[in-house]
Design a binder for this molecule. Structure first.
Ligand code: FME
Ligand code: ZN
Ligand code: ZN
Length: 427
């Protein structure tokens, strides 16, 4: 039937995008850009390729609204993906192979090529149905989210170009949901990537003495472990959600004196004079950053124990106005009301809004005071971003397109809820 043919070609386009290897450290942005521009041309959107850094294209598509003075809608997605270990997958991660149950396996199938192309399929569908937006819709395909977004969404959000778009609300990525309900995110935790370095007297491996670098660091690990357990307990007991506590995980450990002649690769009878460990700390927007920093300086890495610490990445929990970078997710924010209604109209259900446990590009928009929701319409789907065998079911992908059609319709139509007196006066 026509509908099946259409579904087949929608899935084929998704597979084509998934087959572009945009994994770090050398994402093929040239091919992904060509693909997106070709899609845009076939839909009939305006297209522009911006380069805030050489070789890192940001594709900006636009569907002009009938009332261009209204604040616009920005649909953002990143084109890069994290790397994969191919031999640990059921199918090669850039093959976009499908199994008999209709699962499409690929790196990026959840994070977040699905969303980027669902935006476009929804627009294609709305155009075919004759819908025309009041508000201008922009669709951005940005590079480098997985490595911090500095040459992508961050540069974009800070640009004159962006200011000129007069963006009123942003949609960006969320997470899959194993249940029937779609998850939605109104804020996120800030990454603090920290290295603690310990120093101490070296000495013979057979001697016991106080204040070796290893002992100094081990004490920190114990203090941090206890703090981590206290936060994790809050989550396990259901008192706090994952995004509401401070998480801390050790991600590397670097110590010892290398030796090519030793069976272990390290000198075994010398206690080293230095040792360091790296931590991925995530800080919720409600946290008191100064108190946490004090805790780090006084308890995790006290100079009295010969420890120093350094932040390799420290994103502020506040926006540029000094407020927590949070989008209101209740009826006092008309965009929230519209989102909630749009999902309901498409027969979907939203879960209670949450704080995203990791980071996304949405923070660069929230930082500028622009409301942004993290939303990836994947219900009945295990959370497999950055994991082996990342997949999305075809049916779920298609359902997501219908959800976006509804959201875009709702967001792009002039609304008494959103438009203030000033913009009403202008019309
Ligand atoms: C400091 S930017 C890191 C961004 C990354 N985003 C998705 O995984 C993350 O680790 O959350
Ligand atoms: Zn992502
Ligand atoms: Zn990711």
């Amino acid at each position: 039937s026509v509908i099946d043919d259409n579904a087949d070609s929608i899935i084929a386009r998704f597979q084509e995008y998934l087959r572009v290897n945009t994994a770090h450290p050398s994402p093929d942005y040239a091919t992904s850009t060509r693909f997106i521009l070709a899609q845009s041309a076939s839909i009939g959107l305006q297209a522009e390729t911006l380069e805030f850094a050489a070789g890192k294209p940001l594709v900006l598509l636009s569907w002009p609204g009938r009332l261009p003075s209204l604040p616009s809608l920005l649909l953002n997605s990143h084109t890069d993906v994290v790397s994969a270990e191919p031999h640990k997958w059921r199918y090669p991660p850039f093959s976009a192979s499908t199994d008999s149950a209709g699962k499409i396996f690929a790196r990026g199938s959840q994070d977040m090529k699905c969303v980027g192309l669902q935006y476009l399929e929804a627009i294609r569908g709305l155009k075919a149905k004759g819908f025309s937006p009041d508000r201008t819709i922009h669709v951005s395909f940005v590079p480098d989210e997985e490595i911090g977004g500095h040459d992508g969404a961050e540069a974009f959000a800070k640009s004159e170009k962006f200011r000129g778009l007069n963006v009123g609300v942003v949609l960006d990525e969320g997470l899959a949901s194993p249940s029937e309900e779609y998850r939605v995110f109104y804020a996120e935790r800030s990454p603090w990537w920290m290295v603690i370095k310990a120093r101490g007297a070296p000495g013979h491996g057979a001697r016991m003495y106080d204040g070796s670098a290893m002992e100094n660091l081990a004490k920190s690990l114990e203090v941090i472990r206890r703090f981590r357990a206290s936060q994790f307990d809050l989550v396990k007991s259901g008192r706090k959600a994952e995004g509401e506590v401070v998480s801390v995980n050790m991600v590397f450990f670097n110590a010892g004196t290398p030796s090519s002649t030793s069976r272990t690769g390290f000198v075994m009878n010398v206690q080293p004079s230095e040792a360091e460990a790296g931590f991925d700390v995530r800080v919720p927007p409600s946290a008191d950053p100064q108190a946490l920093e004090r805790r780090i300086a006084e308890e995790w890495a006290p100079s009295s124990r010969n420890l120093t610490f350094e932040f390799k990445q420290k994103v502020s929990v506040l926006d540029t106005f000094g407020n927590p970078a949070v989008t209101t997710a209740d009826s006092s924010n008309p965009w929230w009301t519209l989102l909630d209604e749009a999902v309901k109209k498409a027969d979907g259900r939203l879960a209670k809004p949450e704080i995203f446990p990791a980071s996304t590009d949405a923070r660069y928009f929230r930082e500028r005071g622009i409301p942004a929701f993290g939303f990836s319409p994947m219900a009945n789907t295990p959370i497999l971003l950055h994991d082996h065998n990342e997949f999305l079911n075809k049916a779920e992908y298609l359902k997501g397109i219908a959800i976006y059609e509804s959201i875009i319709k709702e967001f792009a139509t002039y609304s008494e809820l959103v438009e203030d007196d000033e913009s009403r006066a202008e019309l």
